[in-house]
Ligand binder design. Structure first.
Ligand SMILES: Cc1cc2nc3c(=O)[nH]c(=O)nc-3n(C[C@H](O)[C@H](O)[C@H](O)COP(=O)(O)O)c2cc1C
Length: 220
């Protein structure tokens, strides 16, 4: 059966969002990207390390799921952005499927945000600017690493870093095989720990990027 909350923009959705869900406090607001940014800002004050670390899930052409940590580098008006190597396993899986999911979890806050969505590359000036903001060693490391490919030895990697250091100079350009991905969600869930495992969950859903959100409270 079709979940009525998926159908954006009708009277039932409006009722679901405003009359029944009781979204107050940390869940309040009309824009899920603003709520996500607020939660991340709170996590930045509370987490010991990498409050922007997220588990990024992809699926390979056989349908076998894959997951690894990456760093969330931007929350835009309608997207979440991270950076990686376009030759990596995750990039190949994203480029094939056009979709991905991720979860941010903050132990200090006992909260999580889950996102599922459509993915496009971010390889323009924004990617250039982010690459330029990284330390020189990180930029040279990006040039040296064939991410996800077999590597003969640590020494071979360091030799490649040395080679790239000479070749690229003090201001290396962004490698053509390295850049961002922009995840445009069709689903965002905000979860907060509740007493006796009676957690609060609010799922924002829309049929397609750009269409109207509807919000449902979910059972824990
Ligand atoms: C906390 C943390 C943050 C990471 N951030 C990134 C990142 O932003 N981009 C990236 O390509 N890999 C990042 N990695 C490494 C990935 O987890 C992974 O090893 C790598 O991207 C290769 O994944 P793949 O073979 O599935 O493509 C991070 C690892 C950890 C533990």
């Amino acid at each position: 059966m079709t979940d009525p909350s998926i159908t954006a923009g009708d009277a039932e959705d409006t009722k679901t969002d405003t009359a029944d869900t009781g979204r107050t406090g940390m869940f309040a607001g009309d824009d899920p990207f603003v709520i996500a940014q607020t939660w991340l800002s709170e996590a930045e004050k509370a987490e010991v390390n990498d409050p922007n670390a997220m588990a990024l899930a992809t699926v390979d052409p056989q349908g076998l799921p894959n997951v690894r940590m990456v760093l969330l580098k931007g929350i835009e008006a309608d997207a979440f952005v991270f950076y990686t190597n376009y030759g990596s396993a995750k990039a190949q899986e994203i480029d094939t499927a056009g979709m991905a999911a991720f979860v941010l979890h903050w132990k200090s806050l006992r909260r999580q945000i889950r996102v599922r969505g459509h993915v496009t590359r971010e390889e323009g000036p924004a990617a250039d600017a982010y690459f330029a903001s990284r330390s020189l060693q990180s930029r040279l490391g990006a040039w040296a690493s064939r991410q996800s490919q077999p590597l003969a030895s640590r020494a071979a990697l360091m030799a490649e870093v040395a080679r790239q250091t000479v070749k690229r100079g003090p201001k290396p350009a962004r490698p053509p095989f390295w850049g961002g991905y922009r995840i445009v969600p069709v689903e965002i869930e905000f979860w907060a720990d509740g007493a006796f495992r009676l957690h609060d969950r609010f799922r924002w859903r829309r049929q397609t990027p750009g269409s109207r959100w509807s919000v449902s409270r979910l059972n824990p």
